[in-house]
Design a binder for this molecule. Sequence first.
Ligand SMILES: O=C(O)CCC(=O)C(=O)O
Ligand SMILES: [Fe+2]
Length: 232
Amino acid sequence: MTCDDGETALELIPRQRRAVAPGVVHVPGWLGLPAQRMLVEATRGWARQGPGARRATLPGGARMSVETVCLGWHWIPYRYSRTRDDQDGSPVQPFPAWLAAIGADAVADAYDDPAAGAAYHPDVALVNSYRGDARLGMHQDREEHASDPVVSLSLGAACVFRIGSPHHRRGPWHDIELCSGDLLVFGREHRLAYHGVPKLLPARDVPPIGTEAGERLNLTLRVSGLHDGNPR
Ligand SMILES: O=C(O)CCC(=O)C(=O)O
Ligand SMILES: [Fe+2]
């Protein structure tokens, strides 16, 4: 399978939804090129401000190969905090309202359910950047206290995204190629599904959106279910 260049489809034709598993929907090329460029530009800004990007240290001492910028709540394996309290204590950057609006549109489109979109109010984003051999091991997104779906937006280099069931880390899995502009939503029965990024596919064509050669960015939008003064 190759990546769509994002400009060949007529905008009037809705992007094709691919149901991967119950609650897991892949919409290839959901973001047009201007939106992709805008998100890359925004990501550069977030990385320059505040605590910036960092590779998290896992409880066993290993460092993640992916660099992460957090918005709204700072994610530290495996909890959320308003401050970067694993490092210099600096406050997390705010979660922008325009990004919440993209998240609501994403849920409405992926599930073909405007009400589900209107009810979706993400307040945390993890912006991951992958370069070289960076990858993400199989894990569950389970630090959130709410059961709302996770919205994933991919930019730049393609990758293999692996998603299984909520019960078994070792499979069986679905392997999906995520390309620049792709939307993936996982929620409902698969909100706690194990997932990861076993490899990048740097040989695939990438549209000119401002990413570097071989660089992949991924934004996940989530609903933390947390309130000020009540972090875990
Ligand atoms: O990069 C991706 O596609 C997935 C990211 C992810 O699973 C996470 O940030 O928890
Ligand atoms: Fe995840």
